[in-house]
Design a protein around this ligand. Structure first.
Ligand code: ADP
Length: 262
């Protein structure tokens, strides 16, 4: 900002990026990683240079969704080489630091901070237009660290499912983001209804509209809803992002709204 940062704040990391976007949810399993992966893919398909940083150690599913679980971290020169997904999309996951995907890890705050700092300072990201950060659910150290260290953090996209409990958690998440002095770019409602694969009728499994209601309540943009879709889950499990095959999908529309917010 024009006033400049107070000098006691930690120095910003070296990463060369125009827009850092956080993807957050109040709880796990709502499709946060799915949205992060598809958002990153969609942005890169729009011609931007994109990095995807997976900091969700509780469920490191980004690597699986990208089909890069077996990627081994390499260091070239003195920089970490991210996994190159396409010519304009690279990714790095905390999962790459784990001995195997079934070993649970417990890292203390300072350890996480130093890994995140490395991911922002010592990675050969190149020049990025966007860095999409998949954060663990809730209000943890990771979001705090990114907010402090990363340059040009534009705000957070909050993913929720429509039922009340999830909405309640996303209210907490919105307050958390506001406490960090970051804008909420908007809310995406995921698993909003189910299209029956046989008769194409929509069934409201978890209800509908909770995300939009929460958005109104907090005066933040509502970015769109994504229905429960078998193809989405299959794509995730197969490491082939959904947006690539379904360019008319609601995910694309949600992505377009995110870009309009920037
Ligand atoms: P989170 O990051 O919030 O823990 P994930 O993105 O890992 O959640 O999603 C959890 C599971 O639900 C994954 O198997 C994913 O493929 C699936 N999933 C997410 N969104 C949808 C959707 N709209 N339709 C069908 N499956 C989905």
């Amino acid at each position: 900002g024009a006033q400049g940062a107070p000098s006691h704040l930690p120095e910003k990391a070296k990463i060369d990026v125009k827009h850092v976007i956080l993807v957050l949810s109040g709880k796990g399993g709502v499709g946060k990683s799915t949205v992060a992966v598809n958002l990153a893919y969609a942005l890169s398909n729009h011609g931007f240079n994109v990095g995807l940083l997976d900091l969700d150690l509780h469920g490191p599913s980004v690597a699986k969704m990208l089909g890069i679980e077996d990627y081994k971290l390499q260091v070239i020169g003195n920089l970490i080489e991210p996994a190159r997904i396409t010519g304009s999309l690279s990714a790095l996951s905390m999962a790459f630091l784990l001995p195997d995907t079934s070993t649970p890890v417990i890292w203390r705050g300072p350890m996480k901070m130093s890994v995140i700092s490395q991911f922002l300072n010592e990675v050969n990201w190149g020049q990025l237009d966007y860095l999409v950060v998949d954060l663990p659910p809730g209000t943890g150290d990771e979001a705090l660290t990114i907010a402090q260290l990363a340059p040009n953090v534009r705000g957070a996209v909050i993913v929720t499912t429509p039922q009340e409990v999830a909405i309640l958690d996303s209210r907490k998440t919105i307050k958390f983001i506001e406490k960090l002095d970051l804008p909420v770019l908007g809310i995406v409602e995921n698993m909003s209804g189910l299209i029956c694969p046989h008769c194409k009728t929509e069934i409201d499994v978890f209800g509908k509209g909770g995300g939009e209601k929460a958005a109104k309540e907090f005066s933040v943009p509502f970015l769109g809803s994504i229905p429960l879709d078998l193809a989405m889950r299959e794509a995730g499990d197969e490491g082939r992002p959904y947006v690539l095959r379904h360019s008319d999908s609601p995910t694309w529309k949600a992505v377009d709204s995110v870009m309009e917010e920037l």
